[in-house]
Design a protein around this ligand. Sequence first.
Ligand code: NAG
Ligand code: NAG
Length: 329
Amino acid sequence: MRTQNISVFSRQTSRFIILPLSFMTIFLLYTQNAPMDDTIYSFDDLIFEPSCSCKTCIMGFMDDDWFVYRYNPTIPALLNRRNSLLHRDAYKWWRGLQPSRFRVNYTEVVDQLFSLFPDEEHYSDAGPDRCRTCAVVGNSGNLLGSHYGQLIDSHDLVIRINKGPTKGYEKDVGSKTTHRILYPESAVDLEDNTHLVLFPFKIRDMQWLISTFTTRHITRTYTRVKSSIKANENKVMILHPAFIKYVYEKWLQKNGKYPSTGFITVVFALHICDQVDVFGFGAKSDGTWHHYFDKSHTNFKGGPHKGDIENTTMYQLVHRNKISIYKGY
Ligand SMILES: *[C@@H]1O[C@H](CO)[C@@H](O)[C@H](O)[C@H]1NC(C)=O
Ligand SMILES: *[C@@H]1O[C@H](CO)[C@@H](O)[C@H](O)[C@H]1NC(C)=O
């Protein structure tokens, strides 16, 4: 039995030696007094079970303090009826993001949402047999000329952001879109096999989502918005308001006002995928900032986000082998 234990050691990374050693001690103490019993092997199975079947897993051994401090896998990324209750402080924070003159009852809106859209426990299937690879595709001009299209499409999930089109840009950005994160003011038509993932900044955004699939009466939030979009009702998902607060507090350390859509999408991917590759973030190699689909320059440090801490945090994730960033052209 001891040989068995040692062979398990050598297969595993030495960073994780303390815990097994203490179990070994318990094990040795135990076996001195107890008859041999095969069930003791299950100790090792429990400790050494890898968290996914990819080469590296996001959850890994959770032995990185920086990451463990930020990453909380128990926070639900997506809303459903059962997890919809919001703590008072979360509700208050969320309501303050984009204060609105529209008075709405959150409980009632959630009820309407899930009488219309799938009320599911999404992506709770993490485990040693899963290797879900995800590409998060931003809208940076550095995608132009990158020839990343095939690479992006080879991922299980391809998550795009706001308007970022594929048509006409396939060679550089790919053609597959499994998820598109958007909000009313950035909405576009979706293909039938794409999940619409709403980033709700306010309750009105949830009402807009309901309206686009039913009465189509909402044409304004703080600005004019599309009253209807093409999308598959059975594939609609909604980011949990508590998840937005968690990304802001844990991942951005309360810098800025709230996370950018790009950054929240990266953390969303960390929560539902085992391997995350990031494309189309940052400037072009010549230092200019613009979308790959239009030439108007974007100001990355402006607006309500703190671009620098988002960038620093993303590079920390690279440094800690949690994501890869493809810098483009
Ligand atoms: C919201 O609606 C629910 C269900 O209809 C109701 O029980 C609750 O009192 C309402 N809350 C407010 C603040 O009006
Ligand atoms: C983001 O951080 C990386 C690594 O620190 C750095 O090389 C890069 O210039 C930064 N980008 C921006 C836009 O600040």
